[in-house]
Write a protein that binds this ligand. Sequence first.
Ligand code: PLP
Ligand code: ZN
Length: 375
Amino acid sequence: MMKFMFVCRQCRTEHSCREQLWRCPCGGLLDLLAAGAAESAEAPAGAGLWKYRACLPIDRDENIVSLGEGNTPLVPLEQNGRSFWVKLEQCSPTGSFKDRGASVLISKAKELGLRKVIEDSSGNAGCAMAAYAARAGIECHVYVPAATSPAKLVQMRSYGAHLVLVPGTRQQTADAALAAAEKEYYASHSWNPFFFQGTKTIAYEIREQLGNRAPERLVLPAGNGTLLLGVYIGFQELLKAGQIRRMPRLMAVQSERCCPLRAAREQDRWPPQDCSPQPTLAEGIAVASPVRGPQILEAVRESGGEILTVTEEEIRAALRLLGRSGYYVEPTAAVAVAGILRLETSLFARETVVSVLSGHGLKAGTAIAAILEQD
Ligand SMILES: Cc1ncc(COP(=O)(O)O)c(C=O)c1O
Ligand SMILES: [Zn+2]
């Protein structure tokens, strides 16, 4: 079994995982330090992502909150002369990869004896947290921008979440949740390090599905980095355990209309200046100031990867291509495939490239209808 400690990214203080912390008392972001080997196939102990139980930070089995997440198919796809693999995360219980993070985070909340959690999101993370909290019998308050279309809130409501409508921007919603989190446990997908322990299991699964080896490259949508950082943590653990030979290159894909990571890389500073976001079809990654921005940049750089940006037209084109291949995904999920179409075709003859279909199209019917009307 792996053993875990919190470590603060700012003051480097270590804290026990039995404390009800989501950030360091100094205000810094917390990571989880793992000791012990990554065991993947050797220690099967549950279904779906709980197969990797030995690498997950939950002490007692009775605290596991699962809806059947993980173990999603990895399928080959060919688009415009490029052959690659996609992991079908849209098949997750609430329709996105966020279920992995929510399963582990809410299991931890149960283990800590919490009765109530708060989260802020207008989309997939809010749905995932609401569903797992419902299953655990934990009260879930989701802060959402007041202007969020009612259709998006239906799924959260169906899980019984309490919605707190905040007037103003997405940032003002995050600020309101942060203020409320002074008194409550913040089950934030961006701040709370347990979330990333769930998303890291994507790396474990990909390695097994490719015949116990890592791909050369992953192309992933990036907003708050819960997918990309989770995948990075997972492959780092596998590397340390000698189960893969090298870290895959991580390519982060953002919308050209909201690309703080690219701006920061170009300006070589965090936060970047003059990064005024415009509305984009890729609403799931329209994050103007991701709290873990420097950490995402570090992961991309250390893996030898890059940051790509794609236009609205490229997102629409990728969404249409995916539809014609039989995959109905939300526009944010098409961003990664739009990123793949940016890469040279010759690269695919040399490398195994993997991407993730991160969210289901059934959640975004209105936006997709508008895209198809432009055909
Ligand atoms: C469908 C979809 N894809 C990708 C992402 C990107 O995830 P992250 O913000 O963790 O980088 C999100 C985030 O909400 C999403 O909803
Ligand atoms: Zn600290």
